[in-house]
Design a protein around this ligand. Structure first.
Ligand code: HEM
Length: 493
């Protein structure tokens, strides 16, 4: 839809990489040690296989898996990344102790990307702990508060922007999801848009956010922001939206507690905003897209939502505001949950990273181990598992009830006749697992509920199938390569 930035990055950096690479005699390449996995290196020193990986990570990994098996090391962008692709081996990595660390990577990359000080900065003592504490507030009791606030805000945005007409309306699906989810999340997390909305402030903030998000893969790849034309200025603008005098004075009551505990740094608020919408918007898009392209799924999910409401004694009409509380969302809503999980399976391409803290032998089961070196990256790439035909029959097909068995959630999936502990990983794993995952699931359910209760929906005719844009591979939910047109009309209830 909007990304070809990886190519730009590689072009710009090629020269630098060539020079610095030519000056290095790379020990990891020259002298492979016993038990180290096969090494795949490119012909360009330093850059290695970065170009090929950046173009289409899934294709790249799938090709090398066929040739080298489930474990191999790839040299790229000056790093050695050992990919472990057999999901039966994931538990050994996820449960591994101190020798494999996640936070070393995120603590280094997140401050550079979002512009807040290093987490161990002397100027902000306790920053790391504050950030970790703020993650906890996305769960437990605070989640009830957040979920209720999100429901009200989604309703508000739907009423203001979409519920006024009875004729068929036409829209671009990604833009629709972006505008609804962005504003409702902003209101819920930061409670700051009521007056901004009147002055077009939300749209300006959203547009800046999209510009920043476009460069996000490069920033995560640690490309200096000064090389990404205009991005530093946009990031500064975005951070400034979160200056205390601009935003916190309008904080909604529901989230005040959480905001007070969050780091006082505006840049950290901005990072939280990115985390809370960067993946949720494309995830919402794919769930909506798959429902509209599979009428039987749409029908089943709509019916399930209507049943949840009627069980709570709510008689739905167009004039009433829908309220779905946390307890209702937590109830076994098998079709909705399975639909969302199935769209995660098809659209997520996150990479789970750990950094080796010393040279050691990584034990992968009773009879298997690989040697890793200090500083090497160990990576799991669950998309390979999500699309494995041995685990998921016809893996490229959307089946809304794939995660349902006998009316309950299906959790048994197999590889080599062994039950998988991990079979769906859109939110990462273990110590690095997304702290916002419960909130994300609730808000996507809430969004879909409003959509299906209030509207008749159709894809516009004559469009080609939505495809995944691979340029954000490794970072979460992929975006569509082009937007999709759809029609919607208020249902007569
Ligand atoms: C569909 C929606 C979402 C997806 C697919 C998603 C996925 C992820 C993934 C893959 C990670 C990195 C995990 C790892 O490296 O192992 C992550 C981290 C994170 N997510 Fe989410 N996320 C979603 C929604 C949210 C929401 C709604 C919030 C907050 C409101 C949130 C907050 C965070 C934070 C703060 C981190 C960093 C955690 C850390 O550094 O330890 N996410 N998310």
């Amino acid at each position: 839809m909007r990304r070809s930035t990886n190519w730009w990055f590689f072009r710009e950096h090629m020269q630098l990489s060539l020079i610095s690479g030519a000056l290095q005699c790379d020990c990891a390449v020259c002298c492979r040690r016993k038990d180290e996995p096969p090494l795949i290196k490119g012909w360009i020193p330093f850059l290695g296989k970065g170009l090929e990986f950046g173009k289409d990570a899934y294709k790249f990994l799938d090709k090398h898996k066929r040739k080298h098996g489930d474990i191999f090391t790839v040299q790229m962008a000056g790093k050695y990344m050992t990919f472990v692709l057999d999901p039966l081996l994931y538990p050994y990595i996820i449960k591994h102790g101190r020798q494999l660390d996640f936070h070393e990577f995120s603590n280094k990359v997140a401050p550079i990307t979002f512009g807040y000080p290093p987490v161990h900065s002397k100027l902000h003592p306790g920053l790391k702990e504050q950030i970790q504490r703020s993650f906890k507030l996305l769960q437990g009791e605070s989640l009830t508060l957040l979920t209720e606030s999100m429901m009200g805000n989604l309703m508000l945005v739907f009423r203001q922007d979409h519920l006024g007409h009875s004729d068929w309306m036409s829209g671009s699906m990604y833009q629709f999801c972006l505008s609804v989810m962005f504003e409702a999340t902003l209101l819920t997390m930061f409670g700051c848009v009521s007056s901004a909305r009147r002055h077009g402030g939300v749209r300006a903030l959203r547009d800046d956010f999209v510009k920043f998000d476009d460069k996000f893969p490069l920033l995560i790849a640690q490309v200096p922001i000064c090389l990404l034309r205009g991005t530093r200025a946009i990031r500064k603008k975005l951070i400034n939206y979160f200056l205390p005098d601009r935003i916190l004075k309008e904080v909604s009551e529901s989230f005040t507690q959480i905001n007070n505990t969050l780091s006082p740094l505006s840049a950290h608020h901005f990072a939280m905003l990115w985390a809370s919408v960067g993946n949720t918007v494309p995830a919402t898009f794919w769930a909506m897209y798959y429902l509209l392209s599979h009428p039987e799924a749409l029908q089943a999910v709509r019916q399930e939502i209507q049943e949840v409401l009627s069980l709570s004694g709510v008689e739905f009409s167009n004039d009433t505001d829908v309220k779905l509380h946390r307890e209702q969302l937590d109830k076994p809503t098998t079709s909705s949950e399975s639909t969302i999980n199935e769209s995660f399976r098809l659209s997520s391409a996150s990479m789970n990273i750990r950094v080796a803290q010393e040279d050691f032998s990584l034990q992968l089961g009773e009879s298997r181990s690989v040697a890793v070196r200090k500083g090497d990256i160990i990576a799991m790439y669950p998309q390979i598992m999500h699309l494995d035909p041995e685990i998921y029959e016809e893996p490229k097909k959307f089946r809304f009830d794939r995660y349902v068995h006998n009316g309950a959630e299906k959790t048994d999936f197999y590889k080599d006749d062994q039950k998988l502990k991990y079979y769906l990983m859109p939110f990462g794993s273990g110590s690095s697992m997304c702290p916002g995952r419960y909130f994300a699931m609730n808000e996507i359910k809430q969004f879909l509920s409003l959509l299906l209760l209030y509207f008749d929906l159709q894809l516009e005719d004559g469009q080609s199938r939505a495809e995944l844009d691979p340029s954000r591979a490794g970072l979460g939910i992929l975006l569509p390569s082009a937007d999709v047109r759809f029609r919607y009309r208020l249902r007569v209830v």
